[in-house]
Design a protein around this ligand. Structure first.
Ligand SMILES: *[C@@H]1O[C@H](CO)[C@@H](O)[C@H](O)[C@H]1NC(C)=O
Ligand SMILES: *[C@@H]1O[C@H](CO)[C@@H](O)[C@H](O)[C@H]1NC(C)=O
Length: 254
């Protein structure tokens, strides 16, 4: 009888100890291999053999359709009717970074740890503070020095009366280097903090790469795993506290 009680108590204790670990694992997995609930994303990631151009990096596992990948390369595409050339033609070497940024946003299944709820008409979720590798941000800024714009934040404040974005009255078209004095200003401010400028380097496994060589696999899978583990392990003080309270009760059973 005593043995039975001891065993029952031991099992109970084991179950209680396993419980937070199971929750943590479940919380972590919810952040991995997911698509955000936004305007053009698929519900779930999967292979897309026909991804176009710069988006082809994600063809093994993507949140975008082939159609979205084609549209991401077009000016004023049906995706967002956004006009890159609002202050005159954007140089091609600059535009390719905006295309890559859109491919990452639309196609990547590795942005789960940075998905945030938002409350606007055209999407339920957005990304916030994705740590962009410093080289990706710096190259974007370098290649866009000669491009011209009238706004720091491209998410809001445009004049949309013609159906595409125009510079609002009272703004002035200026070179990127005056509008965005540092690489971090560009990457962080342009999409209202969708990205944060990371001090980590490409290949470190601690920052998201907008560009990568798909032959070596998608490096952002491991980055998402790392940050999902951090996110899932940290905000759980209530459970250990609960355990601490339950332990004396359990010990009394023995
Ligand atoms: C993508 O789909 C939209 C909506 O169905 C359509 O209007 C557009 O022409 C398609 N684009 C391509 C490149 O097939
Ligand atoms: C918006 O653009 C239209 C058409 O170009 C113009 O008539 C109007 O004054 C603009 N409004 C603002 C607030 O800039």
């Amino acid at each position: 009888r005593g043995t039975f009680r001891t065993m029952a108590a031991a099992w109970l204790l084991l179950a209680l100890l396993a419980w937070p670990a199971a929750i943590t694992t479940a919380a972590r997995d919810l952040l991995l291999n997911v698509c955000m609930d936004a305007k053009h994303h698929k519900r779930e990631p999967g292979p897309e053999g026909q991804l176009y151009g710069q988006c082809a990096l994600w063809k093994d596992n993507a949140c975008c359709t082939a159609n979205t990948s084609v549209e991401a390369h077009q000016d004023q595409s049906y995706l967002y009717s956004f006009n890159w050339d609002h202050c005159g033609a954007m140089p091609e070497k600059c535009k390719r970074h905006f295309i890559q940024d859109m491919c990452l946003y639309e196609c990547s299944p590795n942005l789960g740890p940075w998905i945030d709820q938002t409350d606007i008409s055209w999407r339920k979720e957005r990304i916030l503070y994705v740590p962009l590798c410093r080289e990706d941000c710096e190259q974007w800024w370098e290649d866009c020095q000669d491009a011209v714009t009238c706004k720091v934040n491209w998410h809001k404040g445009w004049n949309w009366t013609t159906g595409t974005n125009q510079c609002p009255q009272g703004t002035m078209c200026q070179k990127f280097k005056y509008v965005f004095p540092k690489p971090a200003t560009l990457c962080e401010e342009i999409w209202s903090h969708s990205y944060s400028y990371s001090s980590y380097h490409r290949g470190s496994g601690r920052c998201i790469q907008m560009w990568f060589d798909p032959v070596q696999g998608n490096p952002n899978v491991a980055v998402a795993q790392y940050y999902a583990r951090v996110a899932a392990a940290c905000p759980t003080p209530p459970l250990p506290m609960l355990l601490l309270l339950l332990l004396p009760t359990l010990l009394c059973l023995l």
